[in-house]
Each structure stands twice: as structure tokens, then as C-alpha cells.
Design a protein. Sequence first.
Length: 168
Amino acid sequence: METGRLHIRRINEEDEKSFINGISDRKLRTCYGFPDEMDLSVSRKIFQRFCSLQRAFSLIRQDTGEMVGFLLDVEPELPTEIAAKLPQKGRTLAYAVYTSFQRQGYMEETLCAYIPSMDAEYIHCGHFPENEASKNLLIKLGFKEFSKHQTGMKQIVDEILLPPDLHK
């Protein structure tokens, strides 16, 4: 998939170095929920997990070939009481833009291109309350706060996009 500035393609082995460099930033790890301290072996395990997913994508700048972040499209894993209030056919999107590429519109561009291609009755994105950039992006795209729940030691705010907003 192409956008004005990005090539969105399935993540693969050639992305490992860029991925590991990108998630080595503490701020990004905090916003994404990765462990505070990660050695190379943990980073590689996370990368291998992403490579094993059917819908894990690298976001590659068309002009430089640099990987600026990633997008995951996975089955929702919501608490039962939240899932019971939603249609059956949903997807969860998880994403990150590496710190040196943040605030340049890459994720908005990615989501605006990707969401219309999804076959879903709802789309779920979660974010930590302190991740204002993600919250603001989701609001801009029409997501609405649906619930809050705890995962481990952190609270997650669940933002949901439902029809008719789904395929604007």
C-alpha cells in the first residue's frame, strides 16, 4: 500500500535493525507499553513476534527508504465486559512512529490509507492516558473513548471507531 510519502508493507527480516533502533528509545517504549529495560535479546523476540503476525507492517519513507514506524492489525483482546458491548467483527490496530519521525503526520497518513481497506464492524485502538499524541490523533480520525481498563500496572483507554465513521 502506498500513501503520499510512505510505502506500507509487511514487516520482514530486513527491518530488524531499524525496528530495534526505533524501540530502543525509552519514550517510545513507555508510550507503547514495552518493558522499561530491554536488552537486545528481548528486542529481537519482540521483532520476531511481529514478523510472525499476518498483518504487521513497516512504514517506509518513499524518498529515503527509512523505516519510520510500524502498524499492527490484530484480533481484539478486550476484557469480556467490554467485548460484549461491541459488534462481533472487530480489529485492533496498534502502532508506533519512532521518536525522530514523530509529529510529522506519518501515522495519520498511514491510518487514513489503511482503515478504509479493513473488513471490520469496529476498530479498536488503545492508548495509555499519558500518550496525548495518540489520543489526539484518534479523536481527529473519529474514534470515541469507549472504556478504560487495567493491563498489568497500567491503565489503557480504549478508543473505538464504529460505523458510520468507519469508512469515511
